[in-house]
Design a protein around this ligand. Structure first.
Ligand SMILES: *Cc1c(COP(=O)(O)O)cnc(C)c1O
Length: 643
């Protein structure tokens, strides 16, 4: 039986992990102590237990790790954004429309594009394509003549031709000039095909933005035209009588802009340039603000990188207000607004669920006595432990500090004497054990004495457990590794129990970077995450890694040849949970094929090895059969730990 700690409540779990802050009301904790997701059930919402989803999935034979997608959350995000603009437009008596586009690169999976276009239909929500393959996908899914397809990125002849043909068929494709030289090619193809383009021009803003991606939008950006290049393009278009084709001004500040002030300043600058282009005689009509709408991964609303000091409503209201102020002052018609919010639309959509496979922790075995004639140092640290543990009551702070200093000193000495050959391996091992035992004592006494979190943090590192999660950071959370992005992580069950272990989460790659050691909990960023002890036979300890719907799926790679995880999509139908789509993760044979192995050839080569072993009588023919079976079974299996 698992013992319940009575001094812990679900509310405390909610507070510790911050789920009510970053969860945006989509995620919460049930009375049973399980993480629930709110899904649509007819006209109501229903709280569905994520562990239940996983149990059902396991019964159907699917293993962890799994990425669970919630189409309802995507739908709510699209609604929130579009309704946010509708409200802002109404309240400000703004005369333009909002026509957002979803940038495909943020999550290109077919299911995502299908759902975005389905749920976005009533808002004429369009797509943004940054490359030829994305445009090709977009044209198959976006067939609403009132929605836009915005084409960014470098464009070759094929890309341009496709965009022009689509226009001829009645789809509103906007081609954005990202660099001056593109204009000539577009004009040439347009003339040749006899189709007029709808053009946008991307400018580099001079307004400073904060956040990780701030350089991707500003003056240092590799994309976009500076003001003189914009003027040159305008002159060229005017010279060939095509200035009416210039319909849109576009800018993109970069992703995850945490501060509303930066968003607003950019909108003002963008609107000023827009007004200038109207005054130059361009037809215009559309202002595209790009992406950047941030979400709060840490739930803190702080304006730091992983945060956001504003919500969707405020974003919509502020940009509408900024744009109307500038255009009203200049006496220019209010433009239609496009935004290209990606992260804010898809981040909540998927959750990665992993199981903990093993833990690595130091537990003192309690050395009773020393061998005969111990080295002096070992004797010293042995006595130090007796002194510390023998003084249980209420040691003073100075006393604890003294014990700590001595323990550190003796351990250093033991290590250096070991290196110079004066202490044996077994003696050193005893010394280390005694050291850990003393530190555990120090740490618990410090805690009782209520010491500052700074001191505790240092000792926390001493007590840290390593939990091995069944996942690969490189495959499933590439931004955690590459740019230190924070993702909320928490257990999805046992939340009525107090989490007592400070944990660093390691993945199953053998790379030392394959770990997570920055977490949001207790309203701050810490190097460990409090988790429960796991010693329950037969039950997986499961963690959810949340808000992974944006950018993570296809940016991930095959480090250590760990492949795509299983994916399930769920929703409620007729009051019951339904698994609407299941995608099996990569098999070993598939990932090997990606790196140019041929599974048949692998089997052939391995068989040669096995047959030689039979000839040399290392194994029997029967054993060869079994070994070959195991090898082939391995090829067919999941790349993650299977149980
Ligand atoms: C990546 C990108 C976006 C999406 O940005 P988010 O911050 O995810 O909203 C939008 N527009 C362009 C041009 C982009 O490159």
């Amino acid at each position: 039986m698992r013992k319940k700690a009575p001094d812990w409540s679900i509310a405390e779990s909610a507070e510790t992990y911050g789920i009510r802050e970053w969860g945006n009301q989509y995620f919460d904790i049930s009375a049973k102590g399980e993480v629930v997701v709110h899904l649509r059930d007819g006209n109501k919402t229903k709280a569905v237990s994520i562990p239940d989803i996983v149990r059902g999935m396991k019964e159907r034979g699917m293993q962890l790790p799994v990425l669970i997608r919630f189409g309802d959350l995507l739908r709510w995000r699209i609604e929130e954004l579009n309704e946010g603009f509708a409200t802002a437009i109404r309240e400000a008596a703004y005369r333009g429309k909002y026509r957002g586009v979803y940038p495909i690169k943020v999550n290109q999976q077919q299911e995502v594009i299908e759902e975005v276009t389905k749920y976005g239909r009533k808002y004429h929500y369009g797509l943004e394509a940054g490359s030829k393959p994305e445009l090709i996908a977009a044209l198959a899914y976006m067939q609403d003549p009132e929605a836009y397809i915005v084409c960014n990125g470098y464009k070759d002849e094929e890309f341009i031709d496709l965009a022009l043909y689509a226009r001829k068929m009645g789809i509103q494709v906007l081609m954005v000039l990202e660099m001056p030289s593109e204009l000539d090619l577009i004009l040439e193809r347009s003339k040749k095909l006899g189709i007029e383009p709808a053009l946008g021009v991307r400018i580099r803003l001079t307004t400073e933005s904060a956040g990780h991606w701030s350089e991707s939008g500003g003056e240092k950006s590799v994309f976009g035209l500076n003001i003189s290049q914009v003027m040159a393009a305008v002159d060229k278009l005017r010279d060939c009588g095509m200035l009416h084709c210039l319909r849109m001004l576009h800018y993109h500040q970069g992703s995850q802009i945490p501060s509303i002030r930066a968003i607003r300043n950019a909108a003002v600058e963008g609107a000023r340039v827009y007004v200038g282009l109207v005054q130059e005689g361009a037809k215009m009509g559309i202002l595209d603000l790009g992406g950047g709408l941030a979400i709060s991964y840490d739930g803190l609303k702080s304006g730091s990188e992983g945060s956001s000091d504003y919500g969707t409503k405020e974003y919509c209201a502020d940009v509408i207000e900024a744009i109307s102020e500038v255009t009203d002052e200049a006496g220019v018609e209010h433009p239609d607004i496009i935004t290209e919010s990606g992260r804010a639309v898809v981040a909540y959509y998927s959750v990665l669920v992993i199981n903990v496979l093993d833990i690595n922790r130091y537990e003192a075995s309690g050395i009773k006595r020393l061998p005969k004639k111990p080295p002096a140092l070992l004797k010293n640290i042995f006595d130090l432990r007796a002194k510390a543990l023998g003084n249980g009551a209420n040691p003073s702070r100075e006393y604890i500090q003294e014990i700590y200093n001595d323990a550190v000193y003796y351990r250093e000495k033991i290590r250096s004497e070991f290196n110079s050959g004066k202490i044996t391996l077994r003696q050193r091992s005893m010394g280390e054990e005694l050291y850990w035992e003393i530190l555990t004592w120090v740490s618990s006494k410090m805690q009782e004495a209520g010491h500052t979190s700074d001191q505790m943090d240092r000792l926390e590192a001493v007590k840290t457990d390593y939990y091995y999660g069944n996942f690969s950071v490189f495959q499933s959370l590439p931004d955690s590794w590459a740019i230190d992005q924070l993702f909320p992580v928490m257990p999805i069950h046992r939340l009525g129990e107090k989490p007592t272990r400070p944990v660093v989460l390691s993945d199953i790659t053998c790379d030392s970077d394959g770990k997570m050691d920055r977490f949001i909990h207790s309203q701050d960023i810490h190097s460990t995450l409090p988790l429960h002890d796991i010693k329950i036979e037969g039950e997986d300890y499961m963690l959810g890694i949340f808000l992974v719907g944006a950018y993570q799926e296809t940016l991930g790679d095959l480090h250590n040849l760990l492949g795509d995880t299983n994916v399930v999509s769920v929703r409620i139908e007729g009051g019951r949970l339904k698994y609407t789509r299941e995608l099996e993760g990569d098999t070993v044979s598939e990932v090997l094929t990606y790196v140019e192995y041929e599974p048949k050839e692998l089997i052939r080569r391995f068989r040669v090895l096995a047959e030689e072993a039979v000839v040399k009588k290392h194994i029997s023919a029967r054993e060869r059969f079994e070994i070959m079976e195991a090898y082939e079974e391995g090829l067919r299996g999941y790349t993650y730990f299977e149980s």
